[in-house]
Ligand binder design. Structure first.
Ligand code: NGO
Length: 528
């Protein structure tokens, strides 16, 4: 399989007029066999659609100015972030000036080009020679993605020379997400911002926040204040928990937005709701509030489907969350509603989806929604495994035939909370182990039978936190696997090849170390 793919990659590269070094690496005679032999362009992760190395490089100096398209606040913002990212590594001042004009050359230029429509929302072109480096894009998001490529072309060690050559790049999938569960264990906005920064380097563009679950409610809701005040003051293991104020949430959304990352907030229902049920007795069919929960079982809680008050709650919460969120989707969970009889589940999900519609947002939910009636335009998030029953897969394929779109996050591939192997300290292992190779060596476009690539919006790597409690554990479980998932989302299918990828990933070792990320040094990767 792997060899077939490598052959496919070679043929695809031969068909391009430019070199396609990433797909070739490690797959034939004369190909680099060690990460140190990779050229700067071969090291870029995710692998760009096309690279053409060659010619003299550009050395950043104390006089280098980053010039951004005159009159564009967005381009300037990208320039400021690029400078901030490069200053510590290079020790250079890297002044930013919003004075770039078409035709000018030299230094670093971040250029919005109204004629570059072919690059779409996120694509870009980068060109480096002895005079300077120019990144051009049709949209600011593309400029930001191109700036990440430029960051990767500046060596982690030694002289700050951007090797000569060019990159021309667009993503394979529009949705390249990472999720953090701040409900099982509470994480602060500052901690999640750090993750956002790490993810941005690898062109991740969606931050999915799992904000509520049995063990905690993490976002302030004005109309139901006890959710956060009482329901937020607990977490797995009996710690104090916590919640974000609306201002903190807005601040994170803004921060992610400056990195062209869309926030998808998730309010999980009708199951996974013990924190809400504990906060308000009226949400329970019995009228009695249960105790707060600090264990790690799933599937025992349910909102009271027969009570009108439940739908007032749902509408109030979704309205307030939507008002704080500029992104397109509200994720309403819908997973593991084992304590909600099926007919009740279906009627609840119908009303919850309608409530999302009332806010003007689109529905996103875990793939169990396929067993009810997804509204037109709904996005389902697949979290099954290779062992999931064929009937469940077929249910999802059927929903896709009716128009649903899919984000794929197979638990036995892309779940970052799953142990790498038996020796991994934190982590769960219910879908088996997920070594670095397994997290990378699959194709989101063909993963689910009966679901064509055209129905796949993209890919996501969720990080659940029942047993992940600290930023150090988060680093260890997410890195390096999340980088592989980011590449699956961005790079052309022809470039995906584990033998080549493990060398490129190995070359990221010093980069991760420089960024202070305590990643897992998988023995499958020949780390530099
Ligand atoms: C499942 C479950 C979560 C767990 C996670 C642990 C989904 C969608 N629901 O994934 O509640 O935290 O597994 O791996």
């Amino acid at each position: 399989m792997r060899y077939l793919r490598a052959l496919g990659a070679l043929l695809a590269c031969a068909a391009l007029s430019v070199s396609c070094t990433d797909a070739r690496a490690g797959s034939g005679a004369g190909a680099p066999g060690a990460p140190a032999e990779l050229s700067a362009y071969e090291r870029i992760v995710p692998a760009p659609a096309r690279t053409a190395p060659g010619g003299p490089g550009y050395r950043l100096t104390a006089a280098t100015v980053i010039r951004t398209t005159a009159g564009s606040r967005e381009a300037r913002g990208v320039g400021e972030l690029l400078a901030a990212a490069l200053r510590p590594a290079t020790g250079l001042p890297l002044r930013v000036s919003g004075t770039d004009a078409a035709g000018a050359a030299g230094g670093v230029r971040l250029r919005l080009d109204p004629a570059a429509g072919a690059y779409g929302e996120e694509g870009y072109r980068l060109q480096a020679d002895g005079e300077g480096v120019t990144v051009s894009a049709y949209r600011p998001a593309g400029l930001f993605r191109g700036a990440q490529t430029l960051r990767q072309l500046v060596p982690a060690e030694g002289a700050p020379v951007v090797a000569g050559g060019s990159v021309s790049d667009t993503p394979r999938f529009a949705y390249r997400g990472a999720m953090v569960d701040i409900a099982r264990h509470f994480f602060t906005v500052a901690q999640v911002k750090r993750y956002v920064d790490q993810l941005a380097l690898y062109k991740v563009n969606v931050l999915h926040l799992h904000l509520t679950d049995d063990q905690g409610w993490r976002l302030a809701v004005d109309s139901w204040p006890r959710l956060a005040e009482y329901g937020g003051a607990s977490e797995v293991g009996g710690g104090p928990g916590g919640h974000w104020t609306k201002e903190e949430y807005r601040d994170l959304v803004r921060y992610a937005g400056e990195r062209y990352m869309e926030v998808v907030p998730e309010i999980d229902m009708p199951g996974h709701t013990n924190a809400a049920l504990a906060s308000y007795a009226e949400l329970n069919c019995s009228g009695v509030a249960p105790a707060r929960y600090t264990g790690i079982k799933v599937g025992f809680s349910s909102l009271c489907v027969g009570k009108e008050r439940t739908y007032e709650f749902v509408a109030d919460v979704l309205r307030e969350v939507a008002a704080l969120t500029p992104g397109r989707w509200l994720h309403i969970g819908g997973d593991e509603a084992h304590s909600t009889p099926h007919d009740q589940y279906a009627s609840f999900m119908a009303r919850a989806q309608a409530a999302v519609g009332d806010t003007g947002k689109k529905v996103m939910a875990w793939h169990q929604l396929a067993g009810a009636e997804p509204v037109p335009g709904a996005v389902l998030q697949w979290w099954g495994t290779d062992k999931t029953k064929a009937a469940e897969k077929e249910q999802v394929a059927a929903a896709v035939r009716k128009g649903a779109k899919l984000v794929v996050s197979p638990a036995d591939r892309s779940y970052l909370d799953i142990k790498y192997d038996a020796a991994t300290k934190p982590g769960l292992s219910w879908p088996g182990y997920v070594p670095v190779e397994r997290a990378y060596d699959w194709d989101p476009g063909t993963h689910l039978p009966g679901v064509p690539e055209s129905a796949v919006l993209g890919v996501e790597a969720p990080l659940w936190t029942e047993v992940i409690a600290t930023p150090a554990e988060l680093d260890l479980m997410a890195f390096p696997r999340v980088i592989g998932v980011a590449e699956l989302g961005w790079s052309p299918a022809a470039a995906l090849d584990w033998d080549a990828y493990r060398l490129r990933l190995a070359a990221q070792g010093p980069v991760l170390t420089k960024l202070g990320i305590g990643f897992y040094r998988s023995p499958d990767v020949p780390w530099l």
